[in-house]
Design a protein around this ligand. Sequence first.
Ligand code: ZN
Length: 222
Amino acid sequence: MGILYPPLCAACGNVLMRHERVLCLPCILDLPRTGFHEDPENPVAQMFWGRVQVEHATAFINFYQDSRYRQILHELKYRGQYRVGIEMGRMFGHELKDTAFSRADLVHPVPLHRRKQRRRGYNQSALIAKGLTEVLDIPVEDGLIRRVVNTDTQTRKSRYERWENVDGIFAVKDPEKLKDKHVLLVDDVVTTGSTLESCASALLCLKNVRVSVAVLAYVRLD
Ligand SMILES: [Zn+2]
């Protein structure tokens, strides 16, 4: 039997009111939204320019070094807070309603390497994708793309080295289900875009596939 703790805001840690879920109202109102979905030349879209053909790209919130919202990703990644991922995905979904992103044929989370997923027990991007698709009413697929190389060690490398490092880390498992589709790739964090570039490249080898990208948090390198 578990002990009942009062639910806390995933950003500021205050006790949530009964009608609040995951974030308290002040934290929802202050959420550092990027508005990128309204700007085709936004910084996330620019990451792919000249590298890989991405139709539309956006991120939901800006991620600053000292922001209380960093806690959201920590909860999501290391504390197994499933509802945080799903609820953030829902909020993101409301933002993307009636935009080009909502016209994708299917949503697919960027997969973790199976060893990493086994260790963590879940893929946080799949939780975001689940919440997002609930609101957008798009089918979600998980498992059509596989991460064949574990890139755990790349966090310390420079941007240039990272671009070099990621080619061929993803493989498509079920091309028949993906061909002729507009696929919306969902990830939790984007820094350089190299992982998403690699994942999109794997998809774009298939016949008549288009790729868009939706990420929960955009990390500024500066
Ligand atoms: Zn709060």
